[in-house]
Design a protein around this ligand. Structure first.
Ligand code: PMP
Length: 402
């Protein structure tokens, strides 16, 4: 567990926390960035800026090396088997859309795709559109009142015609940890592919894609102390090898004539055009940051914060808390108060929380909620901040009562 002094040192590494008098509890939306990440990006532009996969001068070589170093480190971080299994995209959203595009031709009429009721819109809409265009069925695993997946129904939904199951590892609304290992095991008995949306898990839970056995695992750098605009798509090599190019252009070809093109192998085949090189370098530094502090230690510390927040918030009259798995996401509502109003007033106290439906409208509709207030923690948050948040919340609630 981190000591008070360690957290103080960690906080100093985040310039925004020094400059702004803000309590930032919106980490599930995006995390703040440490100097290490910011400086690496600045240093790259000041000293080494150049393109990759095409320029053979020393700057180009440097950029290439950085890109591939990053790829190798990500491979180790999630324990992928081959570096070719790591594809750079612009984010989780693009990764999911890339997979939907690449399996498009393989989906046949009356095939089905399975998602859950608690997915982020990014993991609903691509499958909705694909199913509609291909006359396939989109099946949805229902959740119970505590937002856990109904596995009994999942076992009935899955058939030999299930092509893909796409499920979040941890939900962004209530921090539910889905039983993905069991789902993957069942899915593979039916020869279905499994895509795991790891956006809310990647900076909190140790990921071992070989142990999980998933076919795809996707996440965004900006939710793990890295820059926005970088996504990582892990896919099993034998599956990605069969994928058609997602986009076509520079950096992904062996040979082009006006009649035909021979495409590169993995990973380049799926990475057309100039990538966000500085972002990829920043991602590598973010990864180092997490590894340096240990994901297990980070998780333990965030759990301590969460338990404390749960304890003091549960004293508030009329509060309904939605947190069932002790993950770092805590959603709540206060009776008769709209989340937007509460969020706005907390903002006046310098506290940043997320309000609304969290890009999960189907789930909110099912639960008959017009939104929740969501607080989510990261390594730099403290018990003191939770105390300030609690006191501000009490003051804000007085405003509503009187
Ligand atoms: N899935 C989940 C579970 C998320 O929390 C998010 C981001 N809120 C996304 C997908 C989309 O990620 P991005 O916007 O980085 O593409």
């Amino acid at each position: 567990m981190f000591s008070y002094e360690e957290i103080k040192t960690i906080r100093k590494q985040f310039p925004i926390l020094k400059k702004k008098n803000i309590i930032y509890f919106d980490n599930a939306a995006t995390t703040q960035k440490p100097f290490k990440v910011i400086n690496a990006i600045t240093k790259y532009y000041c000293n080494f800026n150049s393109n990759v996969k095409r320029s053979f001068h020393f700057l180009g070589q440097f950029s290439n090396n950085c890109l591939e170093l990053s790829r190798n480190n990500i491979k180790s971080f999630i324990n992928a088997k081959y570096r070719e299994e790591i594809i750079f995209t612009s984010g989780t959203t693009e990764s999911i859309n890339l997979i939907a595009f690449c399996i498009y031709k393989l989906i046949k009429k009356y095939d089905n795709i399975i998602i859950s009721h608690s997915e982020h819109h990014s993991n609903i809409i691509p499958w909705q559109v694909l199913s509609k265009n291909k006359n396939a069925t989109l099946k949805v695993i229902p959740v119970n009142s505590e937002c856990e997946l109904n596995i009994r129904i999942f076992n009935k939904l899955i058939t030999k015609k299930t092509h893909l199951i796409s499920i979040s590892h941890v939900t962004n609304t209530f921090g539910i940890i889905n039983p993905i290992k069991n789902l993957i095991k069942t899915a593979h008995k039916y020869n279905s592919l499994v895509l795991i949306d790891g956006s809310q898990a990647i900076s909190h839970i140790t990921i071992d894609v070989q142990n999980l056995g998933c076919d795809f695992y996707v996440f965004s750098s900006h939710k793990m102390y890295g820059p926005p605009g970088i996504g990582i798509l892990y896919g099993k090599k034998q599956i990605l090898e069969k994928f058609p190019p997602y986009q076509c252009g520079g950096g992904m070809i062996e040979k082009v004539t006006l009649k035909k093109t021979i495409f590169s192998g993995l990973p380049f085949k799926l990475e057309a055009g100039t990538p966000n090189i500085a972002g990829i370098i920043g991602t590598n530094k973010a990864l180092n940051f997490i590894v340096n502090y240990s994901i297990i230690k980070i998780n333990n510390y965030e759990t301590k914060l969460l338990k404390y927040a749960l304890k003091i918030l549960s004293n508030i009259k009329g509060i309904k808390i939605y947190n069932y798995n002790l993950t770092k996401i805590l959603s709540f509502n206060i009776e008769n108060i709209h989340s937007f109003d509460l969020g706005k007033l907390l903002n006046n106290h310098g506290i940043a929380v997320r309000t609304g439906t969290h890009c999960a409208q189907p789930l909110m509709e099912y639960l008959k909620l017009n939104g929740t207030i969501r607080i989510s923690f990261a390594i730099y948050n403290t018990i003191e901040e939770i105390d300030i948040f609690y006191n501000s919340l009490i003051k804000v609630l007085y405003f509503f009562i009187y």
